[in-house]
Design a protein around this ligand. Structure first.
Ligand SMILES: Nc1ncnc2c1ncn2[C@@H]1O[C@H](COP(=O)(O)OP(=O)(O)O)[C@@H](O)[C@H]1O
Ligand SMILES: [Mg+2]
Length: 381
């Protein structure tokens, strides 16, 4: 099927330019930060570029290690890091690890890794490091010190195994902030290691655009002016239309140009929603206008949006709703009587990547589906 909802795709439509640029940066060693709201296509651009580059690479989604509201499982993250970096470097060197089981915890995986490492290559530093991580993790000890040594691993292996260039991609990077509770210096340590590693390119990406900007764009923060910022924008109108048309053709569904335009103006160029509408048109065969007006009530939309909205404070959610009622943009004075509450809510909405501040103090909701969703039940929508 042309349309696919949910997982990122390694073949994103119409992103050739972004992929060409990012691939070039990966080869050249330019650190990059992809930035954009959820479901805009960051992970897909990242995957496609890693594949296109043909470079040995590691891709870790930091979000996987968030526990509860603001907790972070550093031991598992460190284990995943060691595991992925080692396996990538070793397969580059011609070794294979067939026993890896994705279902096992990363801590268990590095326990098995150590056996293989001992047999295949003789790198005592690596073995000692894994031993130490396992030992400390088992005893529930703080791993901050080992973290710093783990960060040396990619460059060390690159040198030992003759890897000219390796790429490390950390998706949803902003969640590493939660590790600051146990490892306050985490970003300092990363920056101080990364900037001297000649054979490793670091690419990060994040959906909580405000949070990510705080980390990489604040003068007092260690990652200030370290990354090249690459914004991932919605697909433009022409590409969105072409994407839909090609899909409907492939699925042999008759949809007029006018209807295609209707879809694009409803979901703009958000790839996730273009795919979802595409699927619904193909499988439901109902009129486009009915499918669109039903979209805010669709289980997929409700599940996706509520999972994110749950994380907002109640005042942030109500300010977001008022902004949606205004058609998706407005100034603070239209959003509530208590300026302090409104501003605090807006700053949370920006941190989480829902809202951006435009010129002249106008705030805009980035994802049109959020506007439709929060307006559902209103006649105006
Ligand atoms: N250019 C594209 N063409 C087709 N589908 C896309 C494209 N970009 C993203 N998608 C799809 O949209 C959804 C969201 O993309 P994803 O890369 O996960 O976004 P993000 O990482 O920004 O949240 C995924 O299901 C993905 O397959
Ligand atoms: Mg993603």
């Amino acid at each position: 099927m042309w349309f696919m909802y949910g997982p990122p795709t390694p073949n994103p439509f119409g992103r050739d330019q972004e992929i060409a640029i990012l691939t070039r940066f990966m080869r050249d060693g330019q650190p990059v930060s992809l930035i954009g709201p959820r479901r805009i296509g960051k992970t897909s651009v990242l995957l496609a570029s890693l594949n296109r580059s043909s470079l040995p690479h590691v891709m870790i989604s930091v979000e996987e290690f968030v526990r509860g509201e603001k907790g972070f499982n550093l031991a598992e993250f460190i284990s995943a890091y060691i595991n992925n970096v080692t396996v990538t470097a070793y397969s580059y060197a011609g070794y294979k690890f067939q026993f890896m089981e994705k279902t096992k915890s990363y801590l268990k995986q590095i326990r098995e890794l150590i056996g293989a490492v001992k047999i295949t290559l003789n790198i005592p530093e690596l073995i000692a490091l894994i031993d130490l991580v396992l030992d400390k993790a088992e005893r529930g000890k703080n791993l901050s010190e080992e973290f710093s040594r783990v960060l040396d691993l990619p460059q060390m292996l690159a040198e030992k195994l003759g890897i000219q260039r390796m790429v490390i991609a950390l998706d949803e990077f902003q969640y590493l902030k939660f590790a600051k509770q146990t490892t306050p210096e985490i970003f300092h340590v990363m920056r101080s290691k990364w900037q001297f590693q000649r054979n490793v390119t670091y690419v990060i990406s994040g959906s909580s655009t405000g949070m990510l900007r705080e980390i990489i764009n604040t003068r007092t923060q260690p990652f200030y002016q370290y990354f090249y910022l690459m914004r991932v924008n919605p697909m433009d109108a022409d590409k969105s239309k072409e994407f839909l048309k090609r899909g409907f053709e492939a699925e042999r569904v008759n949809v007029t140009d006018k209807e295609v335009e209707e879809i694009v103006s409803y979901v703009h160029g958000f790839p996730a929603w273009l795919n979802l509408v595409g699927i619904k048109v193909v499988v439901e065969r109902r009129p486009i206008s009915v499918i669109l007006s039903d979209l805010p009530h669709d289980d997929n939309v409700i599940n996706a949006l509520e999972a994110d909205l749950r994380k907002l404070s109640s005042s942030a959610r109500s300010v977001l709703t008022r902004l949606a009622n205004l058609g998706g943009e407005g100034s603070p004075k239209d959003l509530g009587d208590n300026t302090w509450v409104v501003n605090r809510a807006l700053s949370q909405l920006m941190r989480y990547g829902y809202v951006e501040k435009e010129e002249r103090g106008i705030y805009t909701i980035l994802d049109p589906m959020i506007v439709h969703y929060l307006n559902k039940g209103n006649r105006s929508s």
